[in-house]
Design a protein around this ligand. Structure first.
Ligand SMILES: NC(=O)c1ccc[n+]([C@@H]2O[C@H](COP(=O)([O-])OP(=O)(O)OC[C@H]3O[C@@H](n4cnc5c(N)ncnc54)[C@H](OP(=O)(O)O)[C@@H]3O)[C@@H](O)[C@H]2O)c1
Length: 269
């Protein structure tokens, strides 16, 4: 892979840089970043040994792939700023990770023929356990493959139609917050029943991590695992009964639905 540029080197930009280097997808000298925040630029440059520029256009000019990792409110102005360079040829690819920003609205700021892909990553990318969904608005198979390669460095990747990105946002994009809430609540339950906070937190965290790994590695259906651990008149079925009475499953479904609807609203504003 040629040079990979980052415009915006905040949380997600840094996670991607770390993953790309760890996966040996690019060497530090094949990565260049620009960020308005001078301190942040210097920090990332020093931490990872990547090239640093003050100019967004310069990053786009010398990169084969430019990842736009700025906040959604800023991305249109950045795309306009680098549009000329992106159109100048060399088969350059732009990748937007801005939540809620549709490809059509970015296209409106670009000349015809500029290649652009949209990706919805999530925060566990910071520990290389991210979940990203990627889409294009055309048939740019090569662009999708490039994005898949890059985002696989920080976790798993699926390819979806852009119309499904709001649903992805509601599930894996916002999901880390739901899971964090659940872990906190499980730990609170342990404390309620007399466990020291530190131990309770460890039990909650490892239970969630271990269950996810078991489901993935053994390829169990979640319902099969639930049945396996629920003995007749036992403790687990009692806990499940309490969850069902409280509408646990419907609450999670509603969380995904509400967040997806909100993502769609934001994309229209
Ligand atoms: N973090 C996540 O979990 C996550 C998940 C999915 C999608 N995303 C998307 O990823 C994008 C980046 O999110 P983030 O959490 O990494 O944000 P962030 O930490 O705020 O990073 C953005 C960086 O870009 C800099 N910047 C602002 N304006 C710029 C400009 N005109 N040119 C170059 N750099 C500029 C910011 O500097 P200042 O701080 O000085 O403004 C900041 O250092 C967002 O669009 C977000 O929707 C993030």
């Amino acid at each position: 892979m040629g040079t990979i540029g980052f415009i915006g080197a905040g949380n997600m930009g840094e996670a991607l840089i770390r993953g790309i280097l760890k996966a040996n997808l690019a060497a530090p000298h094949q990565i260049i970043i620009a960020d308005v925040n001078q301190k942040r630029r210097a920090q990332i440059g020093e931490r990872y040994g990547v090239a640093v520029s003050e100019s967004n256009s310069q990053v786009a000019a010398c990169s084969e792939v430019t990842i736009l990792a700025v906040k959604p409110q800023i991305i249109h102005s950045v795309v306009k700023e680098i549009g000329e360079v992106a159109a100048a040829g060399g088969n350059k690819l732009l990748i937007s990770i801005a939540a809620g920003v549709r490809l059509s609205s970015l296209r409106a700021c670009l000349s015809e023929g500029v290649r652009i892909i949209r990706v919805m990553p999530n925060t566990p990318a910071l520990v290389l356990e991210g979940m990203s969904a990627i889409c294009s608005d055309g048939a740019d198979q090569e662009g999708l493959a490039t994005a898949e390669k890059i985002f696989s460095a920080v976790g798993k990747v699926v390819i979806v139609e852009e119309g499904l990105i709001d649903a992805v946002t509601g599930l894996s994009g916002s999901g880390p917050a739901y899971v964090a809430l659940m872990i906190e609540a499980l730990a609170d339950g342990g404390v309620l029943m007399g466990l020291p906070r530190k131990i309770s937190q460890e039990l909650a965290l490892q239970t969630v991590l271990g269950t996810a790994r078991l489901l993935m590695e053994a390829n169990y259906h979640p319902a099969a695992l639930k049945d396996m651990v629920s003995s007749p008149a036992g403790t687990t079925i009692q806990g499940i009964y309490a969850l069902e009475k409280a509408g646990f499953r419907a609450s999670l479904m509603e969380a995904v639905r509400s967040a997806a609807v909100r993502s769609k609203e934001l994309g229209q504003s």
